[in-house]
Design a protein around this ligand. Structure first.
Ligand SMILES: Cc1cc2nc3c(=O)[nH]c(=O)nc-3n(C[C@H](O)[C@H](O)[C@H](O)COP(=O)(O)OP(=O)(O)OC[C@H]3O[C@@H](n4cnc5c(N)ncnc54)[C@H](O)[C@@H]3O)c2cc1C
Length: 462
């Protein structure tokens, strides 16, 4: 079986150009022989689970010993190379979930995602985390009249059925859309609360705090396999194997997103590694281009869209570029190499702002850097959170389908309750659709390919 593991030489994203002093940290020279909890993966999910476990520990009880094993540098996976956009979905993918699972279940996901924007703001302020977090408005711009009409109908349907999060989004009709958004040719848009962040700085803050509380962090330590310990009578149920030795543990948390199937083969066709592309655009000093204050999604149809955040330093981070590579399936689907970027995806960003934004024609905006990252697309579009079905003592938080920023922090809070206090998934407050279940693992559905009739082209949610 082909194994997807992080390649050692992923390309440098803008976010990782200023490495934190813990980037390659190892708390101890050799691995502890045993511990209570091993978390595999030091991205947003792994760091958040550890944060919430530490936060929920009863101070009167003995703290569990925790080891984090990370294949490369800290936050060097998708989190360290994404678009930094924290944009809850309140009407687009949510309409699809409502059609498949009912409005109540879909509304639960929408509310959960929307809650992240304020929750993160309060947390980041409380902890004084230097991570450029900004609460803003998302403007979702439709550039096709037909697609705009389809989305508007879905949006109105959700409002009629009482989806509270959808009610907070405002629709801007065609005759006002271009002026409202500043996007040339806008056929309609939606606007609602969203955020943006420097994800690497946020995650490194969580890891630094975890180390201060005694967590053992081990970078450059790829896990090669997880086996049942012998004798099986011990409460150290699992042995986590690496080239630097093994750790015996009671509990394993898989925060391995795109790479999960290499350690848990039952997720092989359930979480598929998919290559995404982002760029950073620079606006030269003295440019007369209008300053952007909102975040954007520019959507040409249901599979072709870009997402964009303006940064306080005047630069713009924008991801997408799907038309540049979507027809070359082998270049982006079921691949785990983030050391290269496809040439058409580099050229895609040439004059991007000049082409799409009113008043930017003479801005001289130019591309500073293009990078790739590997996302974990789940076959049903939903993350897998909770127990690994049938594997006592193993938990998962993965499969965020290019959309983890408004899902992971609170998903980790719920998972921490399960890990620490053996709380049932149903009691965690997490959206019921996120639970990793036998029936999801048994399903043969692959929605990644289902969205575009006749074309076979996959769709993501961001
Ligand atoms: C180009 C791009 C743009 C994106 N833009 C956005 C966006 O703007 N907004 C948004 O919401 N989402 C976006 N996403 C998705 C988002 O980044 C992810 O959903 C999120 O970061 C997932 O976090 P994670 O911790 O689960 O995964 P990761 O950050 O990938 O962390 C998993 C970690 O596990 C480690 N690991 C895996 N296997 C092993 C092993 N065997 N041994 C040891 N360590 C292992 C990896 O090295 C990695 O560090 C984007 C993703 C990409 C790639």
């Amino acid at each position: 079986m082909e194994k997807h593991i992080p390649v050692p030489n992923g390309m440098t994203s803008f976010w990782r150009t200023q490495p934190h002093f813990l980037d390659s940290h190892r708390s101890t020279e050799s691995l502890p022989q045993e511990c209570d909890i091993v978390v595999v993966g030091a991205g947003y999910a792994g760091a958040s689970v550890v944060h919430h476990i530490l936060d929920q520990i009863n101070p009167r009880l003995k703290s569990p010993s925790i080891v984090i094993l990370e294949a490369r540098q800290a936050c060097s996976g998708a989190t360290g190379r994404n678009g930094g956009h924290i944009k809850p979905d309140v009407y687009n993918g949510i309409a699809g979930l409502a059609a498949d699972h009912g409005v109540e279940a879909a509304a639960e996901v929408a509310a959960f995602e929307a809650k992240h924007v304020t929750f993160l703001k309060e947390f980041i302020e409380k902890e004084s985390i230097d991570c450029d977090y900004s609460v803003t408005r998302a403007i979702d711009v439709q550039l096709s009249r037909d697609h705009s009409a389809t989305l508007k109908e879905a949006y109105e349907g959700l409002i009629d059925k009482g989806c509270e999060a959808t009610k907070k989004a405002k629709y801007i009709p065609r005759d006002e859309a271009e002026q409202f958004s500043g996007v040339r040719g806008a056929q309609g848009c939606f606007t609602y609360e969203a955020g943006h962040i420097w994800p690497y700085k946020f995650v490194l803050h969580l890891l630094e705090k975890a180390i201060a509380k005694g967590v053992n962090l081990q970078m450059h330590t790829p896990v090669s396999g997880i086996t049942q310990s012998t004798p099986t009578t011990s409460d150290l149920l699992w042995t986590v194997n690496t080239s630097r030795g093994s750790v015996a543990t009671k509990t394993v948390v898989l925060a391995t997103n795109a790479y999960t199937s290499s350690l848990a083969p039952q997720y092989k066709e359930k979480i598929i590694p998919v290559r995404g592309t982002c760029s950073r655009i620079i606006v030269p000093p003295g440019s007369t281009a209008p300053r952007l204050t909102n975040t954007y999604t520019l959507r040409w149809n249901n599979w072709n869209y870009d997402y964009l955040i303006p940064r306080a330093d005047g630069s713009i981070v924008v991801g997408g570029a799907r038309p540049a590579f979507i027809n070359d399936l082998d270049s982006w689907y079921n691949v785990s190499d983030d050391s290269l970027v496809l040439e058409p995806a580099v050229r895609y960003w040439d004059n991007y702002m000049q082409r799409n934004f009113v008043g930017w024609e003479n801005s001289h905006a130019y591309t500073d850097r293009v990078w790739t990252g590997i996302m974990g697309y789940s076959s049903d579009g939903l993350p897998h959170v909770g127990h690994v079905p049938g594997q006592k003592g193993q938990y998962i938080i993965a499969g965020f389908t290019g959309h983890g920023m408004p899902q992971i922090f609170l998903a980790a809070e719920g998972l921490a309750k399960m890990v620490l206090d053996d709380v049932d998934f149903a009691q965690t407050g997490l959206p019921q659709l996120f639970e990793s279940t036998h029936s999801r693992l048994d399903s043969r559905q692959n929605k990644i390919f289902a969205s575009i009739p006749g074309s076979g082209k996959p769709q993501a949610r961001l």
